[in-house]
Design a protein around this ligand. Structure first.
Ligand code: HEM
Length: 389
């Protein structure tokens, strides 16, 4: 197997090989069974009784991730998810649309005024942070602290996933600060509610049960991270891909109504969350390979989205392909809560860019440094030359 580092910029040749030769296989490097085919990935996601999400339980006492929605199984998950859904409604997302458009325009104006554009620094990082911070109801003067907290949380989960269970003191301090920040804000909103998501979470009740302070502050921290890093990477992946496929950008620039379809194709073609872990609860098999209770499984969403059994020309980027359902947001009870928001954000950004840009070019010799985190596909920098319309 290629080393994890080699896979960060372009894991797809390896996926093609594994989809064909070893679609389910144990990897000592991951300490897990790797699952690549779309049907097998879906089966793992769908069977939450056999494949538990509680992969972090007991790994580190400093970070009790069993309090995090993504790491819970029913019945706790069912109850907490209902409360989160109650506050994070599609209506609340749609209401944000005009504000999202304003944020896009403000950031694009600032980006176009620069001589040297780094799309990651200038747009794909600040955009989703501004949106989720505004949706949660974070005062603008605190926005700057968010990126640091979001990065810390990503680093913590990467360390845990790679078996480094000893917490770094600076991570513990930053995570405590983040939870404390949200706890204070929740208390403020209980006293004086506003129309924001934190106020709704502070008072949300399902069947007479409200969120505890711990649950609510963990949920806010999850929304902050899940809503940030993933969308940032989707945006960078979108522009990297269009720079590499100028014919596809031309199609979109000529017909911005293709934007939402284009977003789906980017998500399929360059999936921002590449893999998720599950813990086997009872002996089972996937794709004919036996697994025992206690084994770990890594499902590769990026590979499943290029499974030749599901897609014609899986390795071709084609924004006009017929609707092709993908697994980018997961499947089953943990299906991404923020999918409507992510779709709205990236569609709005692509539409605005389509009106202003006729071509993106990555300057020759640019170093496209991948993220250090192996389960996220994205870039640390994306230098761009932009041809204006
Ligand atoms: C769950 C991907 C954006 C909030 C998930 C899962 C995936 C995912 C794969 C399933 C995790 C699992 O099964 O273990 C993405 C991608 C995004 C994105 C690719 C952007 C391109 C967002 C946004 C938010 C969000 C914008 C909210 C602001 C959540 C939450 C969950 C989740 C709360 C946990 C749901 C649960 O455990 O029941 N996301 N996400 N995500 N996502 Fe997203």
């Amino acid at each position: 197997m290629s080393s994890l580092t080699d896979l960060r910029l372009d894991p797809y040749p390896w996926y093609a090989q594994m989809l064909e030769s070893s679609p389910v296989v144990f990897s000592p490097e991951f300490g897990a069974y790797l699952v690549f085919r779309a049907d097998d990935v879906k089966k793992v996601f769908a069977d939450h009784q056999t494949f538990s999400s509680a992969v972090f339980d007991g790994l580190s006492q400093d970070f009790p991730f069993e309090n995090q929605l993504t790491g819970m199984d029913p019945p706790r998950h069912t109850q907490l998810r209902a409360l989160a859904t109650h506050a994070f409604t599609p209506k609340a997302v749609m209401e944000l649309e005009p504000r999202i458009r304003q944020i896009v325009d403000r950031l694009l104006d600032a980006m176009f005024a620069k001589e040297e554009i780094d799309f990651v620094r200038d747009f794909s990082v600040p955009f989703p942070i501004s949106v989720i911070a505004e949706m949660l109801g974070i005062p603008p003067e605190d926005f700057g602290r968010f990126k640091g907290w979001s990065d810390t949380t990503v680093e913590i989960s990467e360390r845990l996933l790679t078996g480094q269970t000893e917490a770094l003191p600076e991570h513990v301090a930053a995570f405590d600060e983040l939870l404390g920040y949200f706890r204070d804000l929740l208390n403020e909103r209980r006293r004086e509610p506003k129309g924001d998501l934190i106020s709704r979470l502070a008072v949300a009740e399902v069947e007479g049960r409200a969120l505890s302070d711990t649950e609510a502050s963990y949920l806010c921290s999850l929304l902050l991270v899940a809503g940030n890093e993933t969308t940032t990477n989707l945006l960078s992946n979108a522009i990297r891909t269009f720079a590499e496929h100028p014919d596809q950008w031309e199609k979109l620039a000529n017909d911005p109504n293709l934007a939402s379809q284009a977003v789906e194709e980017v998500m399929r073609y360059r999936t921002s969350v590449q893999l998720m872990f599950r813990l086997v609860k009872q002996d089972t098999q996937v794709g004919g390979v036996a697994m025992k209770a206690g084994d770990r499984v890594a499902v590769f969403l990026g590979a499943a989205n290029r499974d030749p059994a599901k897609y014609d020309r899986p390795n071709e980027f084609d924004i006009t392909r017929p609707p092709a359902p993908h697994l980018t947001f997961g499947h089953g009870i943990h299906f991404c809560l923020g999918a409507p928001l992510a779709r709205l954000e990236v569609t709005t950004a692509l539409k605005a860019l389509a009106g202003r840009v006729s071509a993106f070019r990555i300057p020759e010799g640019s170093d496209l440094e991948p993220l250090t985190n192996f389960n996220l596909l994205g870039l640390k920098r994306l230098p761009l030359r932009i041809e204006r319309r």
